[in-house]
Design a protein around this ligand. Structure first.
Ligand SMILES: [Zn+2]
Length: 346
């Protein structure tokens, strides 16, 4: 066990006279205490101490005026005072590490909190035309025009349901467009700006137009509340931000389409869309129990469906989503919807 010496004899120039004084240097936590022969003291704070010579003897000076100097002819002083090469450098390294850590934390919080927040704000100010452009790109990517079902019976049914829901949606800036994708996946998604894609697999799974209406209402509410645009902006993060700032969104449209697959709604958004969809269904006079039924069936049958655009997932929150809408359902007599049509229309 070694004991670190805290006092060292030293030569001292006080910066005023050329006389070298024999002093005692005491190493303290925040600096050096210099005790002169007459017992008067001089305090050198650590941050003002500069090592000018690490050799033998060690020379230290104090930055600033007057130029004072300490000369210590004792090995081990620098080590003990933590002013030596290694400790000096390691304290610099520690400072750099700390600075980097702060920088990383700043960048991280920028990504985590600031950018999404800015993204939300931007979402609220994205012009509808731009949303429609994004939406078209996304819809075209996930349901290319040549893979859409042009069956007029199915298209008419979807459009009629959409028209009735739209009439009850209240004021909204969006024109809704509905596409049927020739895909067996049980799925539907809303692209920004009102482009709603419904997959063949979903339509085939519905047992009444009311059930399809429930899913469409959910998607339309996502559009109306701009959940999709926000989710995309969150996903795009800084790139979207830069494009918007630069006013060049040409590259962004491509990015939006590419990133849509990674896009996730927040659980809050889903629940919000569910509740608003239920209200819309009820205002339109549709069968609100049908919404509970189709949700149950989809949750069951798409339990292990892959894909980022999966409409309902196996997430445990799905149970609570179904429960929420079930509590809202009143189960009154619904209006006739597409009477006399064979269902499903595919
Ligand atoms: Zn949704």
């Amino acid at each position: 066990m070694s004991v670190t010496r805290l006092q060292y004899p030293a030569g001292f120039f006080d910066g005023v006279s050329a006389q070298r004084q024999q002093v005692e240097v005491t190493i303290a936590a925040a600096g050096l205490l210099i005790t002169k022969p007459d017992a008067s003291t001089v305090w050198w704070p650590s941050e003002e101490i500069e090592v000018t010579d690490r050799g033998q003897p060690v020379r230290l000076c104090r930055k600033g005026r007057p130029p004072q100097e300490l000369i210590i002819n004792e090995a081990g002083f620098l080590e003990a005072a933590r002013l030596g090469r290694e400790s000096g450098e390691s304290s610099l390294a520690a400072k750099i590490v700390a600075l980097l850590a702060i920088l990383v934390a700043l960048v991280w919080s920028l990504y985590q909190f600031v950018l999404p927040a800015i993204g939300e704000r931007i979402a609220a100010s994205v012009p509808v035309e731009l949303e429609e452009r994004f939406g078209r790109a996304v819809a075209d990517r996930f349901a290319p025009p040549d893979s859409r079902i042009e069956d007029p019976r199915a298209q008419e049914a979807v459009e009629e349901i959409g028209r009735l829901l739209r009439a009850e949606l209240g004021r909204t800036r969006y024109q809704f467009r509905f596409y049927i994708a020739d895909d067996p996946m049980v799925n539907a998604f809303a692209a920004p700006g009102g482009h709603v894609v419904i997959f063949r697999g979903l339509i085939k799974m519905t047992r009444s137009p009311h059930e399809l209406a429930a899913v469409m209402a959910h998607e339309m509410q996502h559009v109306r509340m701009r959940h999709v645009t926000r989710a995309l902006l969150r996903t795009l993060g800084i790139r979207a931000l830069m494009s918007f700032i630069a006013g060049d969104t040409s590259g962004l449209v491509f990015d939006v389409a590419a990133l849509a697959g990674d896009m996730h709604f927040r659980r809050n958004d889903e629940e919000h869309a569910d509740r608003e969809a239920m209200r819309l269904i009820q205002r339109a006079g549709f069968d609100d129990r049908a919404m509970v039924k189709i949700y149950r069936r989809m949750a069951r049958e798409t339990a292990d469906a892959p894909g980022p655009l999966q409409y309902l997932s196996t997430h445990p929150e799905m149970e609570s989503r179904v429960e929420t809408i079930e509590k809202m359902a009143r189960g009154g007599a619904p209006r006739a919807l597409l009477p006399g049509r064979k269902w499903p229309p595919l």
